[in-house]
Design a binder for this molecule. Structure first.
Ligand code: DGY
Length: 321
């Protein structure tokens, strides 16, 4: 009998996929850095029993209906807004993600972005590199304090909780907003739940960690930025489409908020002439929330385990549907 066919949409390290080759016929897109062309993905999906996808692949109804043998899509991310879950359910396709293994790494990056933006680290490093450092002066590249300030975490999932722990270590006052209250988290860490309007109006640092859904799309818009303090710093490490980038740019330009640290954008990668890149008070990163060597390896292993376990009839390890 032919082995089940798995298509992986990026070139992943051979030593990680090798153990599965005895049970599966594994094919990979040839490049680690560029996304698989849509046409090829569609061709491969037609043959595949399992797909290992990145967040760059749109697994929509159009793809799923052309994949008669497909049983599982293992997404190499905790977020799965690139996948049409309803369509996957209707085609009887299991969807898995990579929770837990990336929590601390993503929280580290989120907090790094907060500190970097607050203390103007990118500007300061560039200042030295470009030979502009002539004198020490009292307010040279002075940023804002982080310790003893208020952080408002929007989205209290696993990563939100891990960011709260880091914030407490910096003596911050931690509040959060979430679709549903997390009483046990409030009690465990001594943090407070606040209503949306109150949280965004009173926080010094507003950190977006909500998953992208129909109800969180452009949650951070003109009206939200207007409510924030003029000294507030906005940090986004979830998905770019949770914010309206044009509104954010206008708010920063008008001084309605002080700065922004962004790891994600609505259309990635952003072009080098993106308006947000023209502002010194904005730090932009290329979606590297979970990008440590250890975590990326753990994410790949978890995705492969999901494929292996599910296709061998033992159930998915971390199903989302
Ligand atoms: C995720 O896991 O959703 C991240 O954004 C990708 O690293």
């Amino acid at each position: 009998m032919a082995k089940p066919y798995i298509f992986i949409t990026r070139k992943l390290p051979e030593e990680l996929t090798a153990p599965l080759r005895k049970d599966f016929d594994i094919h990979m897109w040839e490049s680690e850095n560029t996304a698989v062309p849509r046409e090829l993905l569609e061709e491969e999906a037609m043959k595949a029993d399992g797909l290992l996808t990145m967040l760059t692949e749109k697994v929509d109804d159009n793809l799923l209906k052309q994949a008669p043998n497909l049983k599982i899509v293992a997404n190499l991310a905790v977020g799965y807004d690139n996948i049409d879950l309803e369509s996957a359910r209707s085609h009887n396709v299991m969807v898995t993600n990579t929770p837990d293994v990336l929590t601390d790494t993503t929280a580290d990056l989120t907090f790094t972005l907060l500190l970097t933006t607050a203390r103007r680290i990118v500007e300061a490093a560039e200042y030295v590199k470009q030979g502009n450092w002539q004198h020490w002066s009292p307010f040279l590249l002075a940023g804002s304090d982080v310790h003893h300030k208020k952080i408002g975490i929007v989205g209290m999932g696993r990563i939100g909780e891990a960011v709260a722990r880091r914030a407490l270590g910096f003596d911050m006052n931690v509040s959060y907003y979430n679709r549903s209250r997390k009483i046990e988290v409030e009690q465990k860490y001594g943090i407070q739940y606040e209503k949306w309007d109150d949280l965004i109006a009173s926080s010094d640092y507003i950190v977006c960690l909500v998953p992208l859904t129909d109800s969180t799309k452009h949650l951070f818009n003109e009206s939200a930025f207007r409510k924030m303090k003029s000294s507030a710093v906005f940090v986004n490490a979830s998905r770019g489409a949770t914010m309206n980038e044009e509104h954010l740019y206008e708010a920063l330009k008008a001084g309605e908020i002080r700065g922004a640290g962004l790891d994600v954008f609505e259309d990635e990668p952003i072009p080098s002439d993106h308006p947000l890149l023209t502002l010194n008070q904005v730090v932009c990163l290329p979606h590297i929330g979970s990008a440590s060597l250890e975590t990326r390896e753990a994410m790949i292993k978890l995705s492969l385990s999901n494929l292996e376990s599910f296709l061998l009839g033992k159930g998915a390890v971390t199903p989302v549907s």
